[in-house]
Design a protein around this ligand. Structure first.
Ligand code: SAH
Length: 309
Protein backbone atom coordinates (compact mmCIF):
# COMPACT_ATOMS: atom_id res chain seq x y z
CA UNK A 1 0.00 0.00 0.00
CA UNK A 2 1.17 3.50 -0.72
CA UNK A 3 0.38 6.44 1.52
CA UNK A 4 0.68 10.04 0.43
CA UNK A 5 1.19 12.88 2.86
CA UNK A 6 0.43 16.29 1.31
CA UNK A 7 1.56 19.48 2.95
CA UNK A 8 1.25 23.02 1.62
CA UNK A 9 4.58 24.81 1.58
CA UNK A 10 6.11 27.99 0.24
CA UNK A 11 8.53 28.33 -2.61
CA UNK A 12 11.62 28.76 -0.43
CA UNK A 13 10.81 25.52 1.40
CA UNK A 14 10.23 23.71 -1.90
CA UNK A 15 13.53 24.96 -3.29
CA UNK A 16 15.41 23.99 -0.13
CA UNK A 17 14.18 20.41 -0.36
CA UNK A 18 17.20 18.82 -2.11
CA UNK A 19 19.29 19.76 0.91
CA UNK A 20 17.01 17.55 2.99
CA UNK A 21 17.96 14.53 0.88
CA UNK A 22 19.83 12.69 3.63
CA UNK A 23 17.25 13.31 6.31
CA UNK A 24 15.60 9.92 6.06
CA UNK A 25 18.73 7.82 5.67
CA UNK A 26 18.02 5.96 8.90
CA UNK A 27 14.83 4.39 7.47
CA UNK A 28 14.77 1.08 5.61
CA UNK A 29 12.18 2.58 3.25
CA UNK A 30 12.67 6.33 3.11
CA UNK A 31 9.75 8.30 1.69
CA UNK A 32 9.84 9.69 -1.83
CA UNK A 33 9.51 13.47 -1.71
CA UNK A 34 8.05 15.54 -4.52
CA UNK A 35 7.20 19.20 -4.74
CA UNK A 36 4.64 20.66 -7.04
CA UNK A 37 3.59 24.17 -7.96
CA UNK A 38 -0.12 23.67 -8.69
CA UNK A 39 -0.81 27.17 -9.97
CA UNK A 40 1.95 29.18 -11.73
CA UNK A 41 -0.08 32.34 -11.03
CA UNK A 42 0.50 31.75 -7.31
CA UNK A 43 4.24 31.13 -7.32
CA UNK A 44 4.59 31.03 -3.54
CA UNK A 45 1.96 28.31 -2.99
CA UNK A 46 3.56 24.92 -3.43
CA UNK A 47 2.72 21.43 -2.25
CA UNK A 48 5.09 18.92 -0.74
CA UNK A 49 4.09 15.28 -1.28
CA UNK A 50 5.74 12.49 0.67
CA UNK A 51 5.00 8.93 -0.52
CA UNK A 52 5.41 6.07 1.97
CA UNK A 53 5.31 2.32 1.42
CA UNK A 54 3.65 1.81 4.85
CA UNK A 55 1.41 4.01 6.92
CA UNK A 56 3.60 6.78 8.37
CA UNK A 57 3.43 7.24 12.14
CA UNK A 58 3.16 10.57 13.92
CA UNK A 59 6.93 10.89 14.38
CA UNK A 60 7.56 10.42 10.69
CA UNK A 61 4.90 12.96 9.73
CA UNK A 62 6.49 15.38 12.16
CA UNK A 63 9.84 14.93 10.43
CA UNK A 64 8.25 15.77 7.07
CA UNK A 65 6.48 18.77 8.59
CA UNK A 66 9.86 20.04 9.73
CA UNK A 67 10.78 20.44 6.04
CA UNK A 68 7.89 22.85 5.52
CA UNK A 69 7.21 24.69 8.77
CA UNK A 70 4.78 27.04 6.99
CA UNK A 71 2.59 24.11 5.94
CA UNK A 72 0.35 23.32 8.92
CA UNK A 73 -0.72 19.75 9.61
CA UNK A 74 -1.25 18.38 6.10
CA UNK A 75 -3.29 15.34 5.08
CA UNK A 76 -2.54 11.64 4.71
CA UNK A 77 -4.30 9.53 2.08
CA UNK A 78 -4.04 5.87 1.27
CA UNK A 79 -3.50 5.22 -2.45
CA UNK A 80 -4.56 2.03 -4.15
CA UNK A 81 -1.66 -0.12 -5.37
CA UNK A 82 -1.39 0.98 -8.96
CA UNK A 83 1.53 2.19 -10.93
CA UNK A 84 2.07 5.82 -10.21
CA UNK A 85 2.24 7.07 -13.74
CA UNK A 86 -1.27 5.87 -14.50
CA UNK A 87 -2.38 7.04 -11.12
CA UNK A 88 -0.95 10.48 -11.63
CA UNK A 89 -2.81 10.75 -14.92
CA UNK A 90 -6.25 9.95 -13.57
CA UNK A 91 -8.56 12.89 -13.08
CA UNK A 92 -5.75 15.28 -13.83
CA UNK A 93 -6.67 18.85 -14.18
CA UNK A 94 -5.49 20.45 -17.42
CA UNK A 95 -2.33 22.53 -17.11
CA UNK A 96 -1.34 25.69 -18.91
CA UNK A 97 2.10 27.04 -19.75
CA UNK A 98 2.05 30.16 -21.89
CA UNK A 99 -0.36 29.35 -24.70
CA UNK A 100 0.07 25.60 -24.32
CA UNK A 101 -2.71 23.62 -22.71
CA UNK A 102 -2.13 19.97 -21.81
CA UNK A 103 -5.25 17.98 -21.01
CA UNK A 104 -6.51 14.43 -21.17
CA UNK A 105 -9.53 13.06 -22.99
CA UNK A 106 -11.84 13.87 -20.10
CA UNK A 107 -10.97 17.55 -20.18
CA UNK A 108 -11.39 18.51 -23.83
CA UNK A 109 -13.97 21.07 -22.76
CA UNK A 110 -11.26 23.15 -21.12
CA UNK A 111 -9.83 24.22 -24.51
CA UNK A 112 -10.19 27.92 -25.23
CA UNK A 113 -9.81 29.72 -28.54
CA UNK A 114 -6.13 30.46 -29.20
CA UNK A 115 -4.89 27.57 -27.03
CA UNK A 116 -2.21 25.31 -28.39
CA UNK A 117 -3.93 22.26 -26.98
CA UNK A 118 -2.18 18.92 -26.58
CA UNK A 119 -4.21 15.87 -25.59
CA UNK A 120 -2.16 13.38 -23.58
CA UNK A 121 -3.00 9.95 -22.22
CA UNK A 122 -0.02 8.91 -20.13
CA UNK A 123 -0.46 5.16 -19.97
CA UNK A 124 2.88 3.93 -18.73
CA UNK A 125 4.91 6.89 -19.94
CA UNK A 126 5.98 10.09 -18.21
CA UNK A 127 4.82 13.50 -19.34
CA UNK A 128 1.35 14.70 -18.43
CA UNK A 129 2.34 18.29 -17.91
CA UNK A 130 1.78 17.93 -14.17
CA UNK A 131 5.44 17.56 -13.32
CA UNK A 132 7.41 20.76 -12.85
CA UNK A 133 9.98 19.69 -15.46
CA UNK A 134 7.41 19.19 -18.23
CA UNK A 135 5.63 22.38 -17.34
CA UNK A 136 8.97 24.22 -17.19
CA UNK A 137 9.91 22.92 -20.66
CA UNK A 138 6.56 24.02 -22.09
CA UNK A 139 7.01 27.47 -20.56
CA UNK A 140 10.57 27.64 -21.97
CA UNK A 141 9.26 26.56 -25.39
CA UNK A 142 6.68 29.31 -25.25
CA UNK A 143 9.40 31.84 -24.38
CA UNK A 144 11.91 30.79 -27.04
CA UNK A 145 9.09 30.78 -29.60
CA UNK A 146 8.75 34.53 -29.09
CA UNK A 147 12.36 35.01 -30.15
CA UNK A 148 13.03 32.32 -32.74
CA UNK A 149 11.38 30.03 -35.25
CA UNK A 150 12.58 26.46 -35.57
CA UNK A 151 12.48 24.05 -38.48
CA UNK A 152 14.26 20.97 -37.23
CA UNK A 153 13.46 19.77 -33.74
CA UNK A 154 14.66 16.79 -31.66
CA UNK A 155 12.95 15.77 -28.41
CA UNK A 156 15.16 13.36 -26.46
CA UNK A 157 13.41 11.32 -23.75
CA UNK A 158 10.03 12.11 -25.23
CA UNK A 159 7.91 10.00 -22.81
CA UNK A 160 4.30 10.68 -23.81
CA UNK A 161 5.59 12.90 -26.71
CA UNK A 162 4.20 15.96 -24.93
CA UNK A 163 7.10 18.25 -25.86
CA UNK A 164 7.40 16.94 -29.42
CA UNK A 165 3.67 17.59 -29.87
CA UNK A 166 4.01 21.05 -28.35
CA UNK A 167 6.82 21.90 -30.79
CA UNK A 168 4.82 20.50 -33.66
CA UNK A 169 1.78 22.57 -32.63
CA UNK A 170 3.89 25.70 -32.51
CA UNK A 171 5.84 25.05 -35.74
CA UNK A 172 3.42 22.94 -37.77
CA UNK A 173 5.76 22.44 -40.74
CA UNK A 174 8.90 21.66 -38.77
CA UNK A 175 10.42 18.19 -38.94
CA UNK A 176 10.34 16.70 -35.47
CA UNK A 177 12.12 13.58 -34.27
CA UNK A 178 11.37 12.19 -30.81
CA UNK A 179 13.28 9.45 -29.02
CA UNK A 180 13.08 7.47 -25.82
CA UNK A 181 15.26 4.79 -24.28
CA UNK A 182 12.05 2.97 -23.28
CA UNK A 183 10.14 1.22 -26.09
CA UNK A 184 6.95 1.32 -24.00
CA UNK A 185 7.13 5.12 -23.95
CA UNK A 186 7.48 5.14 -27.73
CA UNK A 187 4.27 3.06 -28.01
CA UNK A 188 2.49 5.57 -25.78
CA UNK A 189 3.96 8.43 -27.82
CA UNK A 190 2.65 6.86 -31.03
CA UNK A 191 -0.86 6.63 -29.58
CA UNK A 192 -0.66 10.27 -28.52
CA UNK A 193 0.42 11.32 -32.00
CA UNK A 194 -2.76 9.76 -33.36
CA UNK A 195 -4.81 11.47 -30.62
CA UNK A 196 -3.39 14.82 -31.78
CA UNK A 197 -3.77 14.18 -35.50
CA UNK A 198 -0.03 14.00 -36.06
CA UNK A 199 1.39 11.32 -38.32
CA UNK A 200 4.53 9.42 -37.44
CA UNK A 201 7.16 9.93 -40.12
CA UNK A 202 9.89 12.07 -41.57
CA UNK A 203 8.04 14.72 -43.49
CA UNK A 204 7.53 18.24 -42.25
CA UNK A 205 4.52 18.29 -39.95
CA UNK A 206 5.04 14.66 -39.00
CA UNK A 207 6.88 13.34 -35.94
CA UNK A 208 9.41 10.53 -36.32
CA UNK A 209 9.70 8.21 -33.31
CA UNK A 210 12.81 6.18 -32.45
CA UNK A 211 13.95 4.06 -29.52
CA UNK A 212 17.40 5.32 -28.53
CA UNK A 213 19.61 6.31 -25.64
CA UNK A 214 20.63 9.93 -26.06
CA UNK A 215 21.65 10.63 -29.65
CA UNK A 216 22.48 6.95 -30.18
CA UNK A 217 20.37 6.24 -33.25
CA UNK A 218 21.27 6.51 -36.90
CA UNK A 219 18.17 8.56 -37.65
CA UNK A 220 18.93 11.06 -34.89
CA UNK A 221 22.37 11.63 -36.39
CA UNK A 222 21.13 11.71 -40.00
CA UNK A 223 18.42 14.25 -39.23
CA UNK A 224 20.94 16.59 -37.51
CA UNK A 225 21.71 19.40 -37.33
CA UNK A 226 18.80 20.62 -35.28
CA UNK A 227 17.91 24.17 -34.52
CA UNK A 228 16.04 23.09 -31.38
CA UNK A 229 16.83 20.15 -29.08
CA UNK A 230 14.61 19.42 -26.08
CA UNK A 231 15.80 16.96 -23.44
CA UNK A 232 13.92 16.41 -20.21
CA UNK A 233 15.86 13.41 -18.91
CA UNK A 234 17.96 13.59 -15.72
CA UNK A 235 21.18 15.36 -14.81
CA UNK A 236 23.57 12.42 -15.25
CA UNK A 237 22.42 11.37 -18.74
CA UNK A 238 22.21 15.04 -19.76
CA UNK A 239 25.89 15.46 -18.88
CA UNK A 240 26.76 12.16 -20.56
CA UNK A 241 25.17 13.19 -23.87
CA UNK A 242 26.28 16.83 -23.80
CA UNK A 243 28.95 16.41 -26.47
CA UNK A 244 26.66 14.56 -28.89
CA UNK A 245 23.82 17.01 -28.29
CA UNK A 246 26.12 19.99 -28.86
CA UNK A 247 27.42 18.40 -32.06
CA UNK A 248 23.90 17.88 -33.28
CA UNK A 249 22.99 21.53 -32.83
CA UNK A 250 23.18 23.97 -35.74
CA UNK A 251 24.70 27.44 -35.42
CA UNK A 252 22.14 29.65 -33.72
CA UNK A 253 20.39 26.51 -32.40
CA UNK A 254 18.83 26.29 -28.95
CA UNK A 255 18.74 23.48 -26.35
CA UNK A 256 16.17 23.24 -23.58
CA UNK A 257 17.36 20.95 -20.76
CA UNK A 258 15.38 19.70 -17.76
CA UNK A 259 15.21 16.86 -15.28
CA UNK A 260 17.99 18.36 -13.20
CA UNK A 261 17.63 19.62 -9.67
CA UNK A 262 18.71 23.09 -8.59
CA UNK A 263 21.78 21.55 -6.94
CA UNK A 264 22.81 19.98 -10.28
CA UNK A 265 22.15 22.95 -12.55
CA UNK A 266 25.65 24.43 -12.58
CA UNK A 267 27.23 21.08 -13.36
CA UNK A 268 24.90 20.44 -16.29
CA UNK A 269 25.32 23.98 -17.61
CA UNK A 270 29.11 23.69 -17.36
CA UNK A 271 29.07 20.45 -19.39
CA UNK A 272 27.22 22.16 -22.24
CA UNK A 273 29.36 25.28 -21.99
CA UNK A 274 32.42 23.14 -22.54
CA UNK A 275 30.94 22.22 -25.89
CA UNK A 276 30.39 25.81 -26.92
CA UNK A 277 26.78 26.44 -25.85
CA UNK A 278 26.02 29.64 -23.99
CA UNK A 279 23.17 30.20 -21.51
CA UNK A 280 20.33 32.34 -22.82
CA UNK A 281 19.20 33.24 -19.27
CA UNK A 282 20.41 32.76 -15.68
CA UNK A 283 19.55 29.49 -13.91
CA UNK A 284 15.97 29.88 -12.63
CA UNK A 285 15.72 29.55 -8.85
CA UNK A 286 13.46 26.53 -8.78
CA UNK A 287 13.52 23.02 -7.46
CA UNK A 288 13.56 21.74 -11.06
CA UNK A 289 15.16 24.51 -13.14
CA UNK A 290 15.00 24.42 -16.93
CA UNK A 291 18.18 25.49 -18.73
CA UNK A 292 18.09 27.21 -22.10
CA UNK A 293 21.40 27.46 -23.98
CA UNK A 294 22.30 28.46 -27.52
CA UNK A 295 25.08 27.84 -29.97
CA UNK A 296 26.30 31.27 -31.04
CA UNK A 297 26.01 32.16 -34.68
CA UNK A 298 23.46 32.91 -37.31
CA UNK A 299 21.64 29.80 -38.27
CA UNK A 300 18.29 29.02 -39.73
CA UNK A 301 16.65 29.58 -36.37
CA UNK A 302 15.45 33.06 -37.11
CA UNK A 303 13.34 35.61 -35.34
CA UNK A 304 9.61 35.06 -35.88
CA UNK A 305 8.11 37.38 -38.47
CA UNK A 306 5.56 38.80 -36.08
CA UNK A 307 6.38 38.30 -32.38
CA UNK A 308 4.65 35.27 -30.78
CA UNK A 309 2.11 33.88 -33.21
N1 SAH B 1 9.65 14.60 -22.43
C1 SAH B 1 8.64 14.20 -21.47
C2 SAH B 1 9.06 12.99 -20.66
C3 SAH B 1 10.22 13.24 -19.73
S1 SAH B 1 10.52 11.84 -18.65
C4 SAH B 1 8.29 15.38 -20.59
O1 SAH B 1 8.95 16.41 -20.71
O2 SAH B 1 7.38 15.27 -19.77
C5 SAH B 1 12.10 11.32 -19.19
C6 SAH B 1 12.04 10.31 -20.31
O3 SAH B 1 13.37 10.11 -20.74
C7 SAH B 1 11.50 8.94 -19.89
O4 SAH B 1 10.48 8.57 -20.80
C8 SAH B 1 12.71 8.03 -20.00
O5 SAH B 1 12.38 6.73 -20.47
C9 SAH B 1 13.61 8.76 -21.00
N2 SAH B 1 15.05 8.57 -20.87
C10 SAH B 1 15.79 8.42 -19.75
N3 SAH B 1 17.09 8.37 -20.04
C11 SAH B 1 17.21 8.49 -21.39
C12 SAH B 1 18.31 8.52 -22.31
N4 SAH B 1 19.56 8.41 -21.91
N5 SAH B 1 18.03 8.68 -23.62
C13 SAH B 1 16.74 8.82 -24.05
N6 SAH B 1 15.68 8.78 -23.22
C14 SAH B 1 15.90 8.64 -21.92
Amino acid sequence: MTFRFTLPCNRAEAEALPDAGDLFDDLAQPPTLLVDEPDPDRPDDWLLHAYFEAEPDATLLERVRALAPSGGTGTVEQLADEDWTTLSQRGLEPVRAGRFLVHNRDHRASRRPGDRAIEIEAGLAFGTGQHATTLGCLAALDRVARRWDFHRVADLGTGTAVLALAASRRWPVATVIASDIDPVAIDVARANLAGNRRRPGRRGGAIELVVAAGMGHRRLREAARYDLILANILAAPLVAISRDVARGLAAGGVVVLAGLLQSQARRVRAAYRRHGLLPVAPIPRREWPVLVLRRPGRGKARAPIVGGR
